[in-house]
Design a protein around this ligand. Structure first.
Ligand code: CP
Length: 311
């Protein structure tokens, strides 16, 4: 059983929680590859998917995971809601919950929005991304995909490249990989590496080739221009030249590194197409694994909910 009733961030869960989620996801991956992909596990549960920020992968992945588990689902998009008329987050969520919703999957631009909600509502909350803070199910599906590609993560060298400063994927990955016993290094331009990040137990490098030589897995992150209110590097062309991962660079490192990217990709900026689409890349496996991992999270939180209601 999970130690927590919400998934607010990887920071708040234990290594045992992570292992339970990943092991449960192995079983759900088998389910979603069957001809009949549906199981009745969440038949009595209603889930609201509340997206206050854009999403392609996470939103579709959660919806599919809920449908595969036979949950009832409702979808909310801030752009077409009464948020536009000035309704607060708490009023919006309380109105949806009064329609007897059990679980909330939410993406919100404000870091900490989920922690705030968890103090005011009874439903189980799953963080689908909060601003530049955390994206826990992305880190879980990344860990699952790494485990599938290279086995146990204990002692493995995992590098995270790119815009670490604005990335919720980076922070959740760091928490998750450190809890799983991996060695973590972040690499990018100094302006895109948060100060004091070493205090999280990670190494810092500004040398892409040296970091590729060091790592077993390269998790390459998107340059988040929409969150950059000042210039952190002169131009995208120069970023690609100095910090982008391309075929020539990868070939110069005589090592079979696993390539990952959470998406969406800026092709030709942080990664070239001949790397993103290569045999070394597991980018689409990450997306497939996302459904199984989210099924595991929903299933385990529903199990915890059932246990609390009967005790
Ligand atoms: N990886 C990820 O969170 O993608 P979306 O923004 O499309 O959900």
């Amino acid at each position: 059983m999970l130690s927590t009733k919400h998934l607010l961030g990887i920071k708040y869960i234990t290594r045992e929680d992570i292992e339970l989620i990943l092991d449960t996801a192995v079983q759900f991956k088998e389910v979603i590859n069957r001809p009949i992909k549906k199981v009745p596990s969440l038949r009595d549960i209603t889930v609201a998917n509340l997206f206050f920020e854009n999403s392609t992968r996470t939103r579709i992945s959660f919806e599919l995971a809920e449908k595969r588990l036979s949950a009832d689902t409702v979808n909310f998009s801030a752009s077409s809601s009464s948020v536009k008329k000035g309704e607060t987050l708490l009023d919006t969520v309380n109105n949806i919950l009064s329609m007897k919703v059990d679980m909330v999957v939410m993406r919100h631009p404000a870091p900490g929005a989920h922690v705030f909600l968890s103090r005011h509502i009874d439903a189980n909350i799953i963080n689908a991304g909060d601003g530049t803070h955390e994206h826990p199910t992305q880190a879980l599906l990344d860990a699952y995909s790494m485990r599938e590609a290279i086995g146990n993560l204990e002692g493995k060298n995992i590098a995270i490249f790119g815009d670490i400063l604005h990335s919720r994927v980076a922070l959740s990955n760091i928490f998750c990989l450190k809890k799983m016993g991996a060695n973590v290094r972040v690499c990018g331009p100094p302006t895109l590496i948060p100060r004091h990040i070493e205090s999280l137990g990670v190494q810092v490098s500004y040398d892409v080739k040296d970091t590729l030589q060091w790592c077993d897995v390269a998790n390459i992150l998107r340059i988040q221009l929409e969150r950059q209110d000042i210039k952190y590097f002169p131009s995208l062309r120069e970023y690609a030249q100095h910090f982008g991962i391309n075929r020539e660079l990868l070939d110069s490192v005589k090592k079979d590194i696993v390539i990952m990217h959470p998406g969406p990709i800026n092709r030709g900026v942080e990664i070239t197409s001949d790397v993103a689409d290569s045999k070394q890349s597991i980018i689409l496996q990450q997306v497939e694994n996302g459904v199984a991992v989210r099924m595991a999270v929903l299933y385990l939180l529903a199990q915890k909910r059932g246990n609390e209601l009967t005790s």
